[in-house]
Design a protein around this ligand. Structure first.
Ligand SMILES: NC(=O)c1ccc[n+]([C@@H]2O[C@H](COP(=O)([O-])OP(=O)(O)OC[C@H]3O[C@@H](n4cnc5c(N)ncnc54)[C@H](O)[C@@H]3O)[C@@H](O)[C@H]2O)c1
Length: 434
């Protein structure tokens, strides 16, 4: 890789996949070197050409002063000498890794790659994927030889959607290469954009493993908090009160109970489990974390039904409002949101559920989950709900007071505060949090 060729605009960098990861990365590079932003989704490319981020994370000023060309035409990738792949790596319905997009993007790159080019992966994968799955495909399609004709690297993405504090630029980035030369070149390339500096991992596999354990560690720790919450619920003790007290010790880690959705924390551990199984190891801790976290939606739904019955409200036909459906606060992303597990559980018991969210797209929710979002009924003053579940702590919801909920609830009424944001503030309604 010749960085000068890029900085002197004699060749280009291509980013494959213009999503949460690819777009900010492409725009950041485009402040320094010429970039081709490639995606198979023509609708997305059209929006990007109008300086609209389809993921709703960046405003139009993020496109200012960028040397970038968005396209869905594969031929235009031939101008590039470095390819960065940031396409989705989900799991299938059996929770097994689905590498379809990754391999298809790899095929696209392999059709354009020339001698001396680099391919760097940013998609989250299990250790070994880059060199064992992607490299053989590139060799087969391009006829080029790994390390002699082209090199690969892996640099995991650490961005956190909705987080304005930790960005690509101010967070140390792990880089790796298939040999020393590629490691140094890739480190130099990323140093153009990552002001916090790069960490050189000794191999591609180490970098892949590092990414996957960042999210696995969070998953297991949140699962522990969820398990404690189930236990403390039986004891009649508020989990957040316990965590606040325990958190005064210097080495007590700050994790909280909650729904683990999205396409990172709830998905990545399955990639590690997949690799472990190939190696004849059955990881108990990681699987237990997945089991607990995947069960939380059903658990919360049942708790609501129990509490309705305790108040002599027949759950069949009772109306419940669920506020927030995105996988986390202040984002529009509904992928793999566990809020729909709560809704399903309630529906299974005959409860009628209304659902609203200030960030999620009505069309996307309808298409993905078959649920019709309504306008927030909070100001209607119509007393129609037996319970309100605040499932996501969107900034709009943190402003609410008990009077807001009382205006739309009949008596007796229940507030389910999954994230504990109204703790200590609810005096009249029945209150429950994880
Ligand atoms: N979103 C995050 O917070 C985050 C953080 C770290 C790592 N990651 C990882 O980064 C990867 C990408 O995630 P994302 O959230 O950016 O996904 P995304 O769904 O937001 O975007 C992916 C984009 O890739 C495009 N695409 C799919 N197949 C393609 C192909 N064959 N060729 C070209 N484009 C293709 C899609 O049209 C989409 O625009 C995943 O592996 C994910 O696990 C995501």
């Amino acid at each position: 890789m010749n960085i000068t060729n890029l900085t002197e605009k004699k060749s280009k960098l291509a980013v494959i996949g213009m999503g949460y990861v690819g777009l900010p990365l492409a725009l950041e590079f485009a402040k320094h070197i010429p970039v081709v932003g490639f995606d198979i989704n023509a609708k997305r490319i059209d929006m990007l050409n109008r300086h609209i981020d389809p993921s709703n994370e960046l405003d139009s000023s993020a496109f200012d002063n960028c040397d970038i060309h968005f396209t869905c035409k594969k031929e235009e990738l031939k101008q590039a000498s470095v390819f960065i792949v940031g396409v989705p790596t989900p799991v299938n319905k059996y929770n097994h890794p689905d590498l379809t997009a990754l391999l298809s993007a790899t095929q696209t790159v392999a059709e354009s790659i020339k001698k001396g080019d680099y391919v760097i992966y940013e998609s989250t994968v299990y250790p070994g994927t880059t060199e064992e799955e992607c490299v053989p495909l590139i060799e087969k399609v391009s006829g080029l030889k790994f390390r002699t004709d082209f090199k690969v690297g892996y640099s995991p993405e650490r961005i956190n959607p909705g987080d304005r504090e930790h960005s690509l630029v101010n967070t140390v980035k792990i880089v790796s290469g298939c040999d020393n030369e590629s490691l140094e070149n890739i480190a130099e390339l990323y140093s153009l954009v990552v002001k916090a500096g790069v960490h050189r991992a000794p191999s591609v596999k180490v970098a892949e493993a590092a990414k996957i354990i960042e999210n696995t560690q969070r998953d297991v720790n949140i699962a522990l908090m969820n398990e404690l919450s189930i236990l403390f619920g039986r004891m009649g003790v508020n989990t957040y009160d316990v965590l606040e007290a325990a958190g005064t010790k210097w080495n007590f880690l700050k994790f909280y109970p909650g729904l683990v959705g999205g396409h990172c924390i709830g998905v990545d551990p399955y990639y590690l489990v997949h690799k472990a199984r190939e190696l004849k190891y059955h990881p108990q801790m990681i699987n237990s974390g997945r089991f607990v976290n995947d069960s939380m939606g059903g658990y919360i739904g049942k708790q609501v039904v129990k509490r309705l019955i305790a108040e002599k409200t027949n759950p069949v036909g009772a109306k419940v409002l669920v506020m927030g459906v995105t996988f986390k606060e202040n984002v529009a992303d509904i992928r793999n949101s566990k809020v729909f597990d709560i809704i399903k559980e309630l529906n299974d018991y005959g409860v009628e559920v209304d659902t609203c969210d200030p960030h999620a797209s009505v069309e996307d929710v309808q298409e993905e989950y078959g649920v019709r979002l309504i306008e927030s009924p909070i100001n209607t003053g119509e007393k129609q709900y037996s319970a309100v579940i605040v499932a996501v702590s969107h900034r709009e919801y943190t402003q609410f007071a008990e009077t807001d909920f009382l205006r739309i609830c009949n008596s007796p009424s229940l507030l389910v505060d999954i994230k504990g944001i109204y703790r200590g503030k609810i005096k009249t309604m029945k209150y429950w949090s994880l």
